[in-house]
Design a protein around this ligand. Structure first.
Ligand SMILES: [Zn+2]
Length: 93
């Protein structure tokens, strides 16, 4: 092994590339852009090399997108209800 390769391996060791399990745990924050830039890059690096995690993230993204469209109406409804209650309160007082 060349010195250069040893250096690269040392760097990867220090940077601590996430494992597949860690990528799965980071998936939500990764898709929401909530990870710190360091972890974000590490996950991206792992994804480039790992087909399994690429599939997982794609599936997760679809589920997350569905979750958003599914949740949004109820949030809007809750907001309207609060607004309605606020207006009623305003009228009374
Ligand atoms: Zn992986």
């Amino acid at each position: 092994m060349s010195v250069k390769h040893k250096m690269i391996r040392m760097m990867f060791g220090l940077m601590g590339l996430p494992t597949c399990e860690e990528v799965e745990q980071f998936a939500y924050d990764f898709l929401e852009g909530q990870l710190d830039p360091y972890t974000m890059k590490a996950v991206e690096r792992h994804l480039k090399a790992c087909k399994n995690c690429q599939r997982f993230i794609t599936a997760y993204r679809k589920t997350a997108a569905f979750g958003k469209t599914f949740k949004k109406p109820s949030l809007d409804l809750e907001f309207k209800q609060r607004l309605f209650e606020f207006l009623i309160h305003q009228r009374v007082s």
